[in-house]
Design a protein around this ligand. Sequence first.
Ligand SMILES: CC(C)(COP(=O)(O)OP(=O)(O)OC[C@H]1O[C@@H](n2cnc3c(N)ncnc32)[C@H](O)[C@@H]1OP(=O)(O)O)[C@@H](O)C(=O)NCCC(=O)NCCS
Length: 351
Amino acid sequence: MGAEALGIDHVYLAVRDLARSEAFYDRVMPQLGFVKLREPLHGEPHVHYVGRPFGFTLRPARPGTPPHDPYAPGLHHFCFRLRDEAAVDAFARALGAAGIEASPPRRYPEYAPDYYATFFRDPDGVRLEVCNFWEARRRRMVSGVGPLDTGPPAAGSDPGFTRLEAPGLVLRRFEPRDAEALAAYRSDPEVARHQGWTTCSLDEAHRFVAGLASLAPGTPGEWFQFAVSETPEGPLLGDCALRRSRTDPRQAELGFTFARAHQGRGLAAAAVRRLLDYAFSTLLLHRVFALVDERNERAQRLLARIGFREEGRFVENVWFKGEWASERLYALLEREWRAGQSPPEPGGRRR
Ligand SMILES: CC(C)(COP(=O)(O)OP(=O)(O)OC[C@H]1O[C@@H](n2cnc3c(N)ncnc32)[C@H](O)[C@@H]1OP(=O)(O)O)[C@@H](O)C(=O)NCCC(=O)NCCS
């Protein structure tokens, strides 16, 4: 193979009225993470919008050119890719707030089973699109593997999430009041022993909580931490976490951590069970897995108790706190989870 292009560096767009188009793109591009630079080129005013995937430049069109025709040779439309459906929804809301009319976001199964997009136009009539088209799918198309069998669709993320309830416990969003307890148990050497951190300051805990506020459970590639307490207003006892795979949203990794004072009560297992029910029933996951340091016996006992299968042992696969450590992989499929639940009682309720 020769060289492989890493992306588009920049695209030029000749516009009929530079000030009008600049005012329009000023309302759109910051929502997509682009920054603006104004720099004349060859004595002509140019407006650049520079983003991670590419940059594009508005330059004045030659006077007297005919209106934009999407079927004339040349540019038809720009399509921007966001992380997931929730991000497309949030973008569409921001466009609405900026007074720009766009089509309501929806699925377009004719493009792909879970293709989700919103469409709008710039002042010259150039079509703009924002969708959830995944990197993995694009790569498969590029590598010529042919139409991708994506299997049954997964549910989107859950931006409306507030809490999950189970007898005697609640999995809820983290709140600023939890920062102190979080910093305390994350700084306990017993709790941190097999985890990626060693200590956690109050500042770090506040930043951690603030970072979760705008995140939705089930967002591909992002860990979402659920605060666990006995009642919705109760103090923080521990947390459970789920990170959906970025490349296959029907799979997710699980994590859990409890303050020492709240271990050995069966609370962690009850919270993980409630989270699994949510993962399989609401997020429609197919498989949940956990990677555990093989010296972490309590975590392995918890996983085995819930019905996770051990799938493998990795030998000295991670450099961890100054030495090579070995990890074990545990997983649970949705059908295994359902089979492990007690059968419905005659009234249809589970025991
Ligand atoms: C992993 C961790 C969450 C397990 O906590 P845990 O409280 O032992 O887990 P469970 O909720 O399953 O509780 C089971 C224990 O409670 C005891 N228990 C007491 N009352 C109980 C009750 N009513 N119901 C069930 N179990 C009860 C059980 O006997 C069991 O103890 P044992 O394992 O010594 O036999 C906890 O050790 C932890 O936070 N560790 C630090 C973070 C970490 O390493 N996380 C894992 C990263 S992958």
